[in-house]
Write a protein that binds this ligand. Sequence first.
Ligand SMILES: C[S@@+](CC[C@H](N)C(=O)[O-])C[C@H]1O[C@@H](n2cnc3c(N)ncnc32)[C@H](O)[C@@H]1O
Length: 331
Amino acid sequence: MSGLCSDCLDLTDVQDAEKLFKEQVSAGLSSSPKTLPSRFFYDEIGSRLFQQITRLPEYYLTACELEILRRSGGDIISLVPRRKFNLVELGSGDGTKVIQLLEPGLADNRQFTYLPIDQSVSAMQTLTSDLSERYPELEVRGIVAEYGAGLEWIRRHLKGPVVLLFLGSNLGNFPGNEAEAFLQRLRYTLAPEDFLVIGLDLYKDPEIMNRAYNDSHGVTAQFNLNLLRRINRELRGNFDLEEFRHYSTFNPSTGGVESYLLSASKQSVLIRDLNRTFEFDRREPIHTEHSHKYTEDEIRCLANRAGFEMEANLYDSRSYFVDSVWRVPAS
Ligand SMILES: C[S@@+](CC[C@H](N)C(=O)[O-])C[C@H]1O[C@@H](n2cnc3c(N)ncnc32)[C@H](O)[C@@H]1O
């Protein structure tokens, strides 16, 4: 694939990916209430919009996690006693944060391979070309894959200690019981004494969280609406983007920021590749994202239930965000 590094692997089956998108859009818009899975935000335009979101002053999550990793990236690398190891990152996006671990690792002459895993070809192209230009000595093996396929490849092929990064509170997008099952899957992929570094957004004043998902420049609104633009382009839909409105709010009952697209009027939308028309009432929501906000007790409980030992909790100066370091117990 042009632009991907020569050592990159593309595990996606384009036909399967198209089929899955079609099936999930059809099922989601047929359900009541209507839903669309948040993992479909990240086409090329969505990945670019997400990069812009991370630079918004209201979106504290990225700034907080960067502060933690700037301070503690070297300490995380030092956790691995062996010289040689693998640094794997799930949902790596543009990789801005990982640099805080790569630089101390390279400065310390550690022998490691960085293996980012992301479903987004465009995000992987940007990441691998930026890194090889900036750090020609770094060994990078990008994996374009859905989390499950990427993890299976890691389990089968990697030898030696692993530090697995799952940053950006990506876990918070999984529905409740799926988050726990996913952590168990991570535990199964790793070997005794491997590490998982998991970035989680903490439960805080709802006003702060609401501002983060309702920025004054409307970038988050564009990011959310891009899902409809993607359906129009890839499945020949006729969503009128002017007729849907971004709405995000923290819900104390679910413990997450819930994002929706609200239909501005009673309307019908045709998706030609599904051969179906979907009816919308005025103000009817499509639920597009759950972004969970964690309490300390929840985090402890998640680590225990998935079979990890909690090694450390690293906070930013405002304690808005935590990078929790978990170890797989020695067998
Ligand atoms: C919220 S962004 C976070 C990026 C980065 N980790 C950060 O902290 O800024 C989520 C990234 O995970 C990827 N992603 C989301 N769901 C995925 C899935 N099921 N399989 C593979 N990648 C996924 C997206 O393509 C996107 O690049």
